[in-house]
Design a protein around this ligand. Sequence first.
Ligand code: SF4
Length: 299
Amino acid sequence: MEVILSSPRGFCAGVVRAIEVVELCLEKFSPPIYVKHQIVHNPYVVKALEQKGAITVEEVNEIPQGSIVVFSAHGSPPEDFRRAEERNLRVIDATCPLVTRVHNEAIKYSREGKKVILVGHRGHAEARGTMGQAPMVLVDDHGPVDIPQWDENTEVAVLTQTTLSVDDTARAVSKIKGRYSNALVRNDVCYATTNRQEAVKELAQLVDLVLVIGAENSSNCNRLREVAERHGVPAYLINSAEDLDQSWVSGVAKVGITSGASTPEVLVDEVISKLKPDSVSTLKGIGEDVTFTLPKELR
Ligand code: SF4
């Protein structure tokens, strides 16, 4: 069997930063450090930080008064900051700067009097955080595109979640433009999501099957699996080597592997070891050199 690794794959700059924020907080302040929502959507990462003294909670109200809390990379609604203040919490915000940019766009366009549409996934942490910033309507790119029926001359601004499928987003945006031809469209799908999807499209041309390593609740991992499948190969999303079903790969000559923006490379290595391939090669792919500065409290 031959294994071909997609490139780029794995951690993006926002995830590296968010993990570093928790690690630095654990070093600088005494544990426990609370983390609101999984710091990034990967159970391996969350568990590793919990073993060092982080405690993950879903709601601000679960955190004892006066504690230190890191808000996750996905972004949080203003309501969570208000609740934290009420509980006298010290908040270190690990929101990815590319998500913060979407928040700022939402506030700006709303203040300008535009109606804001967010293309995203209902219930996803990032969509919840963005929707709390200003009045807006969510258009779920996954189902039938349900466009709000305002007057056609309404000034509309369209924002997108950062981890969507590039192709589904284009489809949703084109439908919105079909009704609001003057809509101002921001493409907020981030560089990491775009690059990993482009790479998996190339990978799918070269292999018989694609394994996406990453968590079930990771939006960008799910999109990678879908993109591979749409490009003609069976694709499976697995958390780790333990989830690998040998029947999928039995008799398969070429297996492609990619991983989402929140997946540590060690999980990819373990899958490769389990596959015991005759050879492993890596696609050339687009180089990435994005880094983000830490929150000011930790610089
Ligand atoms: S996937 Fe994109 S938006 Fe999300 S943390 Fe990574 S760089 Fe930031």
